[in-house]
Design a protein around this ligand. Sequence first.
Ligand SMILES: [Ca+2]
Length: 304
Amino acid sequence: MTSFLGRRLPTLGRCAAACIVVALTLWVALLPGGATADTPVTRVYVNPASVVLPVTGTTTLEVRVDNVSDLYGADVQLAFDPTVLQVLDDNPKMVGVQVTPGPLLQAALVDDIEADADNNLGSVRFIRTLLNPMPAVSGSGVLLTFRIEALAPGHSPLDFAISDLVGLSGSDIFLISHSTTGGSVTVVPIAPATVSLSANPGALQVGASTVLTATVANNLGNPVADGTAVTFTCTNGRFANGSTTYGATTVSGVAQAVFTATTQGTATIAASAGDASDSLQLAISAANPPQYTVRLPIVARGSH
Ligand SMILES: [Ca+2]
């Protein structure tokens, strides 16, 4: 992929950067892929490499550069799945979604060509160069940081679409050979944290039915996602499927089941979702005795 740094720098029009620009453009053209014969000891990677977040969870990721020598500019692009996560804005005062430069490529004179994210395309782009007469930097450090929020369960890679490091040594400008290691984000559903079970009516006779309502909330106190599985169990009766176990799923955090009492006594009803559960007891009384209509024969008593 063509280096955006190489394409953009010539348009800057800054005298300080002019010599870098011309040489860089030539070097980018002469060194396709940035490969050199040197053994790569420099490393560009996402840290931490792997994170697991619940839906709505947030965390900060960084792009680090280790063991670099004479670094003068960088152009990196990370690709992610925008249906799984989004990048949060680090600078509300600017239009767009900004990421934050790290300390590695900091100096009194720098040019931030791009430091933002596109949450529609699923891209983070960071292009920055030091400006003459700032000296090149060597060592290890954070190139940029960005914050992410988990949107929906799934898995998103954080792959480097571009990772160009530009070095300056004396008057030589060159691409720095390095390895790149992307990252990954796994988003998991928020687990049910509480189940609250109720019955209406709360007492019944043998043969009568009651509606059981299980309200399931997550650890944030919000209704769990629609379709969360809830399992009802009972004694002294049966559910609408004729069994003592009934499976239902939530809508707006609520799942329901119909229980019919079959045996006088106390029925224990339970509902569970994930590791959360609740139970209640229902008093079941004997059915009313059947009502009979008795027709007595009418005996005519006549007079003689
Ligand atoms: Ca912004």
